[in-house]
Design a protein around this ligand. Structure first.
Ligand code: GUN
Length: 289
């Protein structure tokens, strides 16, 4: 079997068109969705991510604000900016790009963002709501993965799902989202004893461990859905995921490529959260009148 690709670019384009439409409607009502992005330091990958986020906003008709600080900035300066953005009613989403330099306590920074503007879905309050199956802003990457599964009518209910990686940004929320849709979920990580034992049983496997070409075809169940969240460089400097695409696609039924798979969906769901936040703000205005 050769797997079919799930095309993240095509799905992103379709979803972003719908978001641009919602943004236009909001703007016509005087509430243009606005995302504020804070970037600290000179990490080149972060700079690219932030540039793509800002460009995504502009293309969809959102307003965007970008604040950049040198790597040695005092944390208080960033906390003051977050407080200012929290209080600014014209700003609907606030995002602090991670990782942060070592003088920062990232948890404290994320929790300084108002949960109502936490379009990354990283605030402990939003994470807690997600865990309880209540409405929150969902973290963008795992939410994008759920959209990809939905777009391909992948049966999540009753599926054996294996998530490799236990980060707060991807692995943990991914497992919770799959669980909430009725999958039987196993979370594997660097301490897992026999990883292939788990992955070979998985109808859906999501890999988010940051190791180039880690999941090989012989670790995949025939006919499985393989989702690659990785973004690495191989030995030749070429972009690659956490999945060994060439061997895995010979075994899987559906697979996400890198690039052009999960990556574009992350920014798309960030835009979705920002529109949602702007819609909530507009509704709140109506209620307070
Ligand atoms: N660093 C890597 N991924 C992300 C993300 O989704 N959001 C933020 N804020 N930082 C990141």
């Amino acid at each position: 079997m050769t797997a079919r690709n799930i095309d993240g670019n095509a799905l992103s384009a379709k979803v972003r068109e719908e978001l641009a439409q919602r943004a236009a409607e909001l703007t016509a009502l005087g509430v243009q969705p606005c995302l504020a992005v804070i970037l600290v330091g000179e990490d080149p990958a972060s700079a690219v991510y932030v540039r793509n986020k800002v460009a995504g906003c502009e293309k969809a008709g959102f307003r965007s604000l970008k604040f950049t600080y040198p790597a040695d900035v005092a944390p208080d300066v960033v906390f003051a900016k977050i407080a200012e953005l929290n209080a600014d009613a014209s700003v609907h989403g606030i995002l602090v790009q991670l990782p942060l330099p070592k003088q920062f306590d990232a948890d404290k920074v994320l929790e300084a963002i108002s949960p109502e503007k936490d379009v990354d879905g990283f605030h402990a309050e939003n994470f807690g709501l997600l865990l309880q199956g209540r409405k929150s802003f969902y973290p963008c990457t795992p939410w994008g993965v759920m959209k990809m599964l939905e777009s391909e009518n992948v049966q999540v209910k009753g599926a054996e799902a294996v998530v490799i990686g236990r980060s707060n940004i991807v692995g943990k929320p991914m497992a919770v989202m799959l669980l909430s849709k009725g999958a039987t979920v196993t979370i594997c990580h660097s301490q897992t004893k026999d990883l292939a034992f788990h992955t070979k049983r998985a109808d859906i496997v999501v890999v988010a461990i940051g190791k180039a070409k880690f999941l090989k075809g012989d670790m995949v169940k025939p006919g499985a859905v393989v989702i690659d969240v990785g973004m690495n460089r191989d030995e030749n400097g070429k972009l690659c995921g956490d999945v060994d695409f060439d061997s895995a696609r010979e075994v899987a039924a559906l697979i996400t490529p890198v690039p052009g798979g999960v990556g574009p969906m992350t920014i798309t769901m960030l835009l979705a959260n920002t529109v949602e936040s702007a819609e909530r703000a507009l509704n709140a205005q109506g209620e307070s009148k």
